[in-house]
Write a protein of this length. Structure first.
Length: 346
């Protein structure tokens, strides 16, 4: 039996309550690996609500902020150091250490780096990752899309594993309502304002769910709130149940990203409901959305409006079947298990 440590970030509990796609993926991956016979230990904050074996004595950053309000800027680094100390004390208990954050774990692992795996859940085309990869050329890194892998040096590449989610979290909704949906952080990377404009131009009501980005709170006030009103409703953060209602009941999910999206979890959450996706052709999008099958890949607001006019031609049952074939947590776990075995064999 392979013994694997899954090391989560310390921002949110695992699984998350609302926002936190990385933490959701880590929990689904860990649960699916366990179902495949892998001995999984989760390193995650103490407010995590999971039945997985877990190590971690400290609250998540989100819980500390609820308790104390704004915290000192060094708190995230302190939480990471405390977690890595817990890992240092136990690292010989594991065959593979799979880390989902950056950056200090690479130094901690030392000569064991070749028996580790790192998944970066963010863009990799900026200076911090460039420095990281250059300094640790022997650190195996799994990309979450081919688009992301293009920015990872060849010496670090360990394979591509698309995200997956629990097969039964969302159910097929064969008969949608009249609205379209947007789910994501209220920020310029995700462009909820673009989604509202597209829906209005298409003559469709839109419902939006997601957190206001703590790193860019003015964006919501300046660019999104003025567009709200009749036919454009902001629902706030949405948990799994609310997301299922919002996205599952939608004629389409709008995904008007304005950055090199490394994956885009909400796209496969929509597909799990049978809801097609209208997404902008950036980053991972053309890998995830099968144009004309599970949605449409577009390059402009005008193209998105035109796509919505023909969205009802797509078969929602087929969208769900494509999700089941491509994006379940079990498929993700099997892909990662194959990488673990290659690393151990090497």
């Amino acid at each position: 039996m392979i013994r694997v440590a899954q090391v989560a970030p310390n921002i949110f509990p695992v699984p998350p309550e609302h926002h936190g796609g990385t933490e959701r993926v880590i929990h689904d991956l860990s649960s699916a690996l366990r179902s495949l016979g892998v001995d999984v230990t989760l390193f995650a904050p103490s407010d995590s609500a999971t039945d997985l074996p877990r190590v971690g004595d400290h609250l998540s950053l989100a819980a500390l902020e609820r308790r104390h309000g704004r915290v000192a800027p060094g708190v995230p680094a302190a939480l990471d150091a405390l977690q890595l100390e817990a890992l240092r004390l136990r690292r010989d208990d594991f065959d593979i250490v799979h880390c989902h954050g950056e950056f200090a774990h690479a130094a901690l692992l030392g000569p064991r780096r070749r028996r580790s795996l790192t998944t970066v859940h963010w863009r990799v085309d900026e200076l911090d990752r460039a420095l990281f990869f250059a300094g640790f050329p022997d650190l195996p890194v799994a990309a979450i899309s081919a688009a992301q892998e293009a920015g990872i040096p060849a010496s670090n590449r360990a394979g591509i594993v698309h995200h997956g989610i629990a097969r039964d979290r969302y159910a097929l909704r064969a008969e949608p309502g009249a609205h379209v949906a947007f789910v994501g952080r209220m920020t310029d990377q995700k462009r909820p304002d673009t989604a509202i404009r597209v829906a209005r131009a298409a003559g469709l009501p839109i419902r939006l769910g997601g957190t206001i980005d703590v790193g860019n709170p003015d964006y919501f006030e300046r660019r999104v709130r003025p567009l709200l009103g009749p036919g454009a409703d902001y629902l706030g953060p949405v948990d799994d149940a609310a997301k299922g209602d919002l996205v599952g009941g939608a004629r389409a999910l709008l995904f008007p990203i304005d950055w090199p999206e490394p994956f885009g979890l909400v796209m496969i959450e929509a597909m799990a409901c049978g809801t097609p996706v209208v997404a902008w052709n950036r980053g991972s999008v053309p890998e995830i959305v099968e144009d004309g099958v599970t949605g449409f890949v577009v390059a402009s607001e005008a193209e998105a409006v035109a796509a919505l006019a023909r969205i009802d031609r797509l078969d929602r049952r087929l969208v769900r079947r494509r999700f089941e074939a491509r994006f379940t947590a079990e498929r993700m776990a099997r892909d990662y298990l194959a990488i673990y075995r290659r690393l151990l064999a090497a």
